[in-house]
Design a protein around this ligand. Structure first.
Ligand SMILES: [Fe+2]
Ligand SMILES: [Fe+2]
Length: 288
């Protein structure tokens, strides 16, 4: 919904080029009250007047002047007011706390070969994994977002597994929770100064997706049960899964990881705003 009264949260920002070679800023704003998204456009002449830090994901802004276009269902922005600058991501203490939780889930894996495989992967890519985002704009799109998301999926799994009477392979489930998005390390690039997240074109030349990456590295080591959960974690082939959960006679674990992943992506700490401390009264910044 377009309103000049709503303090919106910046969801994503990118600069594209139109067919005529004109630069155009694409800004998506989220109404934190109902999580609806508002697509906005900033034309070339407006972009230099608004510093890049205005559009950092998680910032809180108000539209001072703009018009809503019913045909294109977007808002043409003329002036924007920055109310609060978001954190770029987890601080050192938060990162360490999440890392320790991640390690504790690795250590739950009883099978030594599988535990060593998972532990070695995380140890090798430790510093990168601590800062990687989980997405460009959908969820956990901040520095450390992939770490938060991965731990959440394992936590949701732990809570739910405790309720199930039927036997299940916990080793495979925890390994799949921890590795399901591991390929995202290489799927995205991150500018640590601005927090800007982009797709890594080199990854796309070698791999189809992070799902294919995770599936492949697990299959290569003979961890078929883990690989199959990763293959199905996006639920539908239309949504990037290799195994479609609409197929018949699939093992229950395949649905489980998909559901835990979805819970984290929808109800976890999906935005950096969950890690914010309240801004001081005088935080308002008006650039015009
Ligand atoms: Fe994924
Ligand atoms: Fe995920």
């Amino acid at each position: 919904m377009f309103s000049k009264d709503i303090p919106y949260e910046v969801n994503s920002f990118s600069i594209d080029e139109t067919k005529t070679g004109k630069k155009m800023g694409r800004l998506t704003l989220k109404n934190p009250e109902d999580n609806t998204l508002l697509n906005c456009v900033l034309w070339e002449e407006k972009i230099p007047t608004m510093p890049e830090r205005f559009f950092r994901t998680g910032n809180i802004v108000k539209i001072l002047s703009g018009t809503y276009n019913e045909t294109y269902k977007n808002c043409n922005i003329d002036q924007i007011k920055l109310l609060k600058i978001a954190k770029l991501g987890l601080d050192e203490e938060e990162t360490e706390a999440y890392w320790q939780k991640l390690v504790s889930y690795i250590n739950r894996i009883q099978n030594e070969k599988l535990r060593t495989f998972v532990a070695d992967l995380f140890e090798t890519h430790k510093e990168h994994f601590k800062i990687a985002p989980a997405a460009k704009q959908m969820h956990h799109n901040f520095i450390g977002g992939l770490l938060v998301h991965t731990v959440e999926v394992a936590e949701f799994a732990e809570k739910n597994l405790a309720l199930f009477p039927s036997p299940h392979n916990e080793d495979d489930i925890y390994a799949a929770c921890l590795l399901h998005d591991f390929g995202k390390l290489f799927e995205y690039t991150l500018d640590q100064e601005t927090g800007k997240i982009d797709y890594n074109p080199d990854f796309q030349k070698q791999w189809l997706s992070h799902t294919q990456y995770g599936f492949t590295i697990c299959m290569a080591q003979g961890f078929v049960g883990v690989a199959r959960q990763i293959a199905a974690h996006h639920g539908r082939t239309d949504w990037g899964a290799i195994i479609d959960l609409g197929e018949k006679n699939l093992e229950p674990e395949l649905y489980f990881l998909h559901l835990m992943d979805n819970l984290s992506a929808k109800f976890g700490k999906i935005s950096i705003s969950y890690f914010e401390t309240p801004a001081p009264e005088n935080e308002d910044i008006i650039p015009f």
